[in-house]
Design a binder for this molecule. Sequence first.
Ligand code: FES
Length: 355
Amino acid sequence: MIQATFQPLRHMSLAPHVQRSAAPGSLIDPSQWFALQVMGRRHETRDIVVFDLALADGATLPDFTAGAHLEVKVGGLIRHYSLCSSPEDRAHYRIAVQRETAGRGGSVLLCDTFGPGDTLEVRGPFNHFALQWSAAQPPLLLAGGIGVTPLLCMALELTAAGLDFELHFSGRSLEHMAFLPLLRSGVFGHRVHLYADDGRGVAPIDLPTLLGSGMPGRHLYVCGPGGMIDAADRIARAQGWVGDHIHFERFGAPAAQPPAAADSKACEAFEVEVASTGRRIPIAADQSIVHALAAVGVHIPMSCEVGVCGSCRTRVLAGVPDHRDLLLSPEEQAANTEFTPCCSRSKTPLLVLDL
Ligand code: FES
């Protein structure tokens, strides 16, 4: 492993109320794979490594908004890492990687072998977790563990806009929680609240009290372990938060495929129509939509293949999908205007997709 001194990025000294400045455009096409060089790395906690990435020639990177992530090729896998640097910084991207020994090996390879001077192949940034806010109703940000990464980026953006948001961050213990020096530095004023499950130093989080009653127009953003997301979603809805104002992003694939829908209306076999060409492709009962389409040359970007990451999210122009993802909210699923063809299927004999 190559070790080097870590250089703090500009956002570490970002003052409140700094307005975003216009930056020159980037020549990079974020929809295509491109190379980024590792400029610095450091351990944020024992199991979390932060990487600073930049173009080798120092050129301007594609812009992004808070909540965006990069797709990173590592060890034959494509992993998603939220950007946790300021969207103002167009010279560097910062990602934080949790070393998951029980994972598929991508994070271990990154954490154990990548250092300054090494190159990573990436695509993006893409954003399936975009922040919506109004000055009248600043959002509530709720982070668990490594799920703090997109919410840190949101906190930087909201601070730059001068908004009085709240960030509540919970972890197993303080020593497992990333970015504590920055979060405690005063950059965010009184807006950051910390919790630890072990109760050492700070109290455990109390979701029912924290979520209180939802206020009309207020948005809730949650990123963390699945159990925390499910609990926050359930409690928030019970306490009056508006369903389409609850946004979440899961940061890991589930242990197994999402269970097949028990809906008897689901079709075993059906057809998918590619709207741009009118071509209809049969989808067999044992075939995923993305693989059936790829077999005839229609490629949809894909990563997790289990309905978590959003890479394959596709607009539905006609027909009713049988949603099997863990990504879309109940409201988004009920609208039937988008679905995840990596794992979802159809309730109608034909689905017309915006491809
Ligand atoms: S590939 Fe991740 S949601 Fe479909």
